[in-house]
Every structure is written in C-alpha cells, then in structure tokens.
Design a protein around this ligand. Sequence first.
Ligand code: GDP
Ligand code: ZN
Length: 355
Amino acid sequence: MNLVAMGLTETIKNDFHKLNTNDEMILGRVALEHKRMYRVWTEQGELLCEVSGRFSFNALNREDFPAVGDWVALMPRSNEGKGTILAIMPRKSKFSRKSAGLTAQEQIIATNIDTVFLVNSLNEDLNLRRIERYLLLAWESGANPVIVLSKADLCQDLENMLAEVVAISLGGVPVIAVSAETMTGFEELEPFLKPGKTIALLGSSGVGKSTLTNRLLGEEKQLVQDIRMADDKGRHTTTHRELILLPNGSVLIDTPGMRELQLWESSDGLTETFSEIEELATQCRYRDCQHKNEPGCAVVKAIEEGLIAAERLTSYNKLQKELAFIERKADKRAQAEVKKQWKNINKQMKQRKSY
Ligand code: GDP
Ligand code: ZN
C-alpha cells in the first residue's frame, strides 16, 4: 500500500518521528472502526488493530479514541494480520457531532479530510439556508468546502440558481454544478481529487451522494468494498468499508455518520459564514446589540437599505441560539468530566498507597 497516495504527509511523518519510540512501530490510516476494533491501512497491508491498554487508560473521552481517517502509530503483528495502536497523530480536520442524550458529548465521525463536497440538489427545493449551515459545519471541521450542485440536468434556470448560491458562498468557496445523468461538470471536481487528497460528501438524503460516489468510483464498486469483520462475540457482520481509494488515487471517506451531521460547538466557523453580519455588528451602537430594534443598529440599517437579505439575519440568529444551547450542554458535560477525572486520580492515589 502506498501511504503517500493515501494522504501521508511530511507533517504526519515528523509527528511520528517525534514519538521517538521503538523501531518496529509503523504508521497507518484507520479505514474502519467497529466496536473499538480498527481496520488500518499500513505498508504491511491492512491490519486489524486494537488500542493498547495504556492508550485505553489515558483516553478519557470518546474523541480520544481513533476515528475513520485518523493516522495512528501502531505496533504491527503482520504474521497475524493484527496490530496494536499506541497513539493518534494530530488531526488536520475533523467532523464531529453531539451524540444523542442529555450530555453534549462529542462524537467524531471522520478526520483528516482535505475537501468536503457540500452536495445540494438543483431541483426546486434548493435551500440556501441549508447550504449556509453546511458551510458552517465545513468551516468548523477544518476541511475546505466546495459547494456541489447536483442534478444540473433537472434545472431550468441554472444561471440564476448559480448566482444565488455564489452570493452566499463567502470567502471564494467554489460552486460547481454537476449532473450524474449527463456526466457534466465532473472535470471541475478533478482538482480536488488528486492522489494524497482526502474528500468527503455531505448533504441531505436524496441529493445524489451515492450516485456521485459511484460515478467517482467508475462503477458500482461499492459492493466490492464490503468486508466481513468479527464483532466481540465472534459473530461475523458485513460492514461497509468507510475509507475508499478512488481510481484516480484520492481517498473518499464515506461513513454513515457523515449523512446526519449536526452543529457542534461554536468556533470561528460562525464568523466565516456570516462575516458580513459580524462585520456590520462591530458598527452597532451597543456592543451587545441583538440586532432587533436597538437604536443605532448597523445590521438592521443594512437590511433596510437592501444591502443584505433579512433572511441572512434570521439564519444568523437561529444559529447563535443553537450554538448557545449546545454550549450549555457541553458545560454540563465538562463538569461531569472534571468529576470523573477526580475520581480517577483518587483511585490511582489509593492504589499507590497500597503498594
Ligand atoms: P443520496 O441519498 O444522496 O445518496 O442520493 P442518491 O444517489 O441515492 O440519489 C437519489 C435519487 O436522485 C436517485 O433516484 C438518483 O437516480 C437521482 N439522481 C442522482 N443524481 C442525479 C442527476 O445528476 N440527475 C438526475 N436527474 N437524477 C439524479
Ligand atoms: Zn445591531
């Protein structure tokens, strides 16, 4: 296996050498996770790995465990087709979501994605607000977004639709219209599909992600990608491989979780997607202006003057509310985490005393 084509960079290699341990340790990329068992691509082939006991002990949160797309340092046992993961290399980008339930715990869906295709269908229900939300998610992840408008063959008014999308794609995000039906627009995707680059598709169900994936794969090769993996009770389950090598040499990450992503944690993402509102807000008379009916509000003024659309402010406000809600949940989670850490420390102290 050629790890460079699979995304191995000098930075990752340097991080690996800094670990400065055993000569036998090698690098690999996680292609699939199933109940804390990992299929890892390495120079010695694909190995079935678990994390070491020490790794497990130090991992406090779910996000401390490997995820699909991660580069990991591992000790191979190639003759058994197995290995032990000792460390995760720093993540270049990550997609995560808050897991269901009362606590807002982070669940990592996929990591080290270079470009994320935000797929939206060009039929009548093209939703600009939804594209904004996906853009926000992409900025938060650290991956570069590309807006892919699918089903171009179904669109009567391509020029106007494109103009509307370009208007919200701040920061020069590329907007590319494609049709899997007539195979148009695919050449514009090629610059993002170079060997060593990792891509992922994000978008609502029905927009054409599977169709696009199959076109990128060349044929309906996804079936061939299915593998069998033993679960912890020794039963065999068929699992879809989530890291896929495309014919042109790039890597596609296709996890079920990528399809149902939600917002997670506030970050610079908000500033980037709504930069024009953020910028105007600095000119509001009051620092804590809610842009409702405060005097001297620069945002409301800009809407009245037709400089920005009123819906932009509505989406912005809605997002802020959502982010505040998630943050409050994350706070509770953080408190629980601190308690848990104290418990661990207490336990260790007791153990030490008994030596
Ligand atoms: P997914 O849920 O995002 O994976 O969407 P699918 O790939 O399953 O596509 C949903 C439907 O849209 C299917 O019936 C596809 O045949 C259809 N579809 C996908 N791409 C195109 C396209 O470029 N043009 C047209 N007309 N239909 C498409
Ligand atoms: Zn204001």
